[in-house]
Design a protein around this ligand. Structure first.
Ligand code: RB5
Length: 145
């Protein structure tokens, strides 16, 4: 399974760790930038990753900025995207289990490497539960129309 990753300058320092953690778990990772710590605008990278996920059903995205907030707001503007800003194992697990989120967002200024690893663990090991949650996710997607 393929995962597109992206960050702004405020998420750049941990993007390599995220790539490594995903590859260790068998995912194919495509890094859509940014490629240096030079200041950039997070909506540009949110759009690149969100469009790649929307255009390639069955893939996921990971977006990192300072807080995770701007990336999630921007990514959710793209049709087909359910971007979730998470903070820990539990919120990452619920984003997959209940919301069928397809883009994971978090903040480099909020979580450290240990929490990032637990977020990636939860995200990669949790299936969407479907059932009653499927109808609710369908209602979210209907808001795009
Ligand atoms: C950049 O300073 C910062 O605003 C950005 O990374 C992000 O946290 C926005 O939501």
């Amino acid at each position: 399974m393929k995962v597109f990753i992206g960050s702004d300058h405020a998420g750049f320092a941990v993007k390599g760790l995220v790539k490594e953690l995903l590859e260790k778990r068998g995912f194919e990772v495509e890094d859509l930038g940014t490629y240096s710590a030079e200041r950039v605008d997070y909506p540009d990278y949110a759009a690149k990753v969100a469009r790649a996920v929307a255009d390639n059903p069955g893939t996921w995205g990971v977006l990192i900025c300072g807080t995770g907030i701007g990336m999630s707001i921007a990514a959710n503007k793209i049709k087909g995207i359910r971007a979730a800003e998470v903070h820990d194992y539990y919120t990452a697990q619920m984003a997959r289990a209940h919301n069928d989120a397809n883009v994971l967002c978090f903040g480099e200024r909020v979580v450290g490497p240990g929490v990032i690893e637990s977020i990636i663990d939860a995200w990669c090991s949790t299936e969407f539960e479907g059932g009653r949650h499927a109808g609710r996710v369908a209602k979210i997607m209907a808001l795009e129309e």
